[in-house]
Ligand binder design. Sequence first.
Ligand code: CAP
Ligand code: MG
Length: 411
Amino acid sequence: MDFVKLGEDVDKDNYLIADFYIETDDILKNAGELAKESSNGTWTPLKTAKGYTSNLSAFVFYAKELYEIEGNKAAYIKVAYPIELFEDNSVPQVLSDIAGNILGMKIIPKARLFDIEIPQRYIKTFKGPKFGIEGVRKYMRTDKTRRPHVGTIVKPKVGLNPEDTATISYESWYGGCDFVKDDENLTNQRFCPFEDRVIKVLDALDRAESETGEKKLYAPNITGVDMTERAQFVKDHGGACIMVDILVAGFSKVQEIRDQGFDMIIHGHRAMHAAITRYERHGISMPVLSLLSRLSGIDQMHIGTVVGKMEGELTEVLKNKEKIVSDLFGMNPCFPVNSGGLHPGHIPEIVQFMGDDTIIQAGGGIHGHPDGTIKGATAMRQAVDAVMEGVSLQEYAKTHKELKKALEKWQ
Ligand code: CAP
Ligand code: MG
């Protein structure tokens, strides 16, 4: 079998290694079909193949049977893809190979791409995050304090007009937030047109910066059919950050925005990832999507919370984190974002497993505070201060009434 070379010593400088979980009735035969379909072959031998095209064959070099399931055998396999198979600087092209047709083959009813290892030569073709953790911290002037950033999502998610969005943004910053972002499903609807919103919220940001003396950041969601124009509009109006719904917009769009050199921080929301990642026996794992988001140039990346409203176990969130912050041949790390159902009471636990280099966001956990947005933002910031000072939230709340009220409501 050409596409199966068990035990082959793979030259990791010249091959991308992909790890799959598969369920199939014949592991080796069908794993070979997977390697073939995802590189230079198809279901039948080809008259058109030339001698030189065989250089682009992928091959299975490891297979381990796990157990029987629903009449099939489950297995872990490793496939080596020659690096020449891939276009430089193209996340979409990589996905068309290693997570394309092969996830839909009849002979392999379940297949999940759960990890990838990419050689330096290929990593170097990607720009990666322009700012990363240090760049964002420098911009926000937290490079000395190293405290977690506090963010919010203006809520209600959709429905507010630009004036109210700006007012709520201002209150969030004034109360203590560093960062305000649009929600993932707010783009350029009639009730809140993008351009009007950007102008008004950036005005509010200027006001908040001059009144608090702190740097503030706003991420308008540019996801849509004219993302370049929207990014340019933000830039022209003095914005320093944009947000993209990575998977909805597509990696090619994210890379295009990154490569156009707007010199703005890119915040990456992962809306729709669960359609791809959630089912454990099929699809693509979130750690893989996290790594690809880093390659494509995302500076701030949603990776889950463990403790909040969204699914995602600690081991997975830590794997996501590792993929976006660990050493990658000099590529900037993304700033991890923890978001989804959070309130001030969650902050100690999050900092415990994430460390201080994290952006902790709360939408409901700020705008649902009994005394409103300003106090809600203050309570979040107080919780961060308490953790940085090594004081328990209960202790800190004795002298900080905003935090006290938040804890009374949510803990
Ligand atoms: C958080 C959030 C985010 C989630 C997405 C929301 O708001 O804006 O979209 O964080 O999950 O609408 O749920 P709340 P993830 O603070 O009000 O929950 O970050 O895991 O992709
Ligand atoms: Mg949201």
